[in-house]
Design a protein around this ligand. Sequence first.
Ligand code: HEC
Ligand code: HEC
Length: 284
Amino acid sequence: MNLFPRLYKKIIVLLCCTFPLFVHAAGNAAHGQYLVAAAGCAGCHTNNTVDARPFAGGRILQTPFGVFHVPNITPHKQTGIGSWTEANFLRALRTGVRPDGQHYYPAFPYPSYSGITDSDLSDIWAYLQSLPAINQVNQTHELQFPYNQRWLLGPWQWLYFSSRFSTTITNRGAYLVDVLGHCGECHTQRNSLGAVIRERHLGGGSLAEDKSAPSLAPGDLQQWTDEELKQFLKTGDKPDGDVANTTMDEVIRTTTSQLTSADLEAVIAYIRSLPPVDSESGNQ
Ligand code: HEC
Ligand code: HEC
């Protein structure tokens, strides 16, 4: 009886046929790298010192609620996210929940990222996993009471956050601006509890230290041509010879300048299609 060799043959054929499926399921790190640029992950997760190591965290974010120390997201087992599963990662970005069940602060713009598609999240995960593991311990945030009470983020999510995974955004420009680019995290006004006011979507927002991000709604946006707007998002140069201030300049360097020409055009087309924002609405 040569039953066993035949069985082996079958198993080998089966493995060969299904191998491409496994490869596909593993996520495309090269595409992940582009998505990470479009989403500006490195900007926040890399310190702004000269010797900073990419994605190892340490960066300080000043907010009206206190100081956040952005964590290490390299695959280091003890100090980064090296012990996470892909499912942990998906849940963090989609629902703002930590592997231990606690909630994240919206200083991590997961309310925008919750709209990232499953396959894009897998690609981002594949890219982050391909980075060198860097041993850099996270610092504790320094927030004022009651914002230092992480448990309050549960009720906060209940009030202000609904995971968007059921709604698929098919417009490329909207996906780049509202989901990956999280432009509204700065360009939309927030209420006193740090939630963006939906009615004032991209109608301008105030940032820490008295800075503000102007409205991107068509009636308010600078009367630049599409070409001038593209130039600004690529280089930070304004038509009058001025340059973007430090906050937007960083967004341009780490995010919009990395986009393909077609994606930049989709961003501009989407901004041009925004409805006007009523200055009276949503003041709460
Ligand atoms: C505006 C700044 C900012 C951007 C942009 C940002 N993050 Fe973060 N991220 C944070 C902060 C702040 C935290 C910590 C939140 C907390 O402690 O509740 C965080 C937490 C995380 C965590 C959880 C780490 C842990 O140890 O629990 C992961 C994973 C993460 N970010 C991945 C990403 C990815 C991937 C991107 C891009 C798609 C990204 N972040 C973009 C600020 C940012
Ligand atoms: C971290 C906060 C932040 C994020 C995120 C951000 N911006 Fe900005 N943006 C600013 C600030 C601050 C200014 C004002 C800069 C200046 O006047 O030099 C600005 C200015 C601009 C301007 C010029 C508007 C004008 O009327 O002068 C455009 C256009 C713009 N941003 C588009 C975007 C787009 C598109 C995104 C998302 C891909 C984005 N921004 C994300 C903070 C931000």
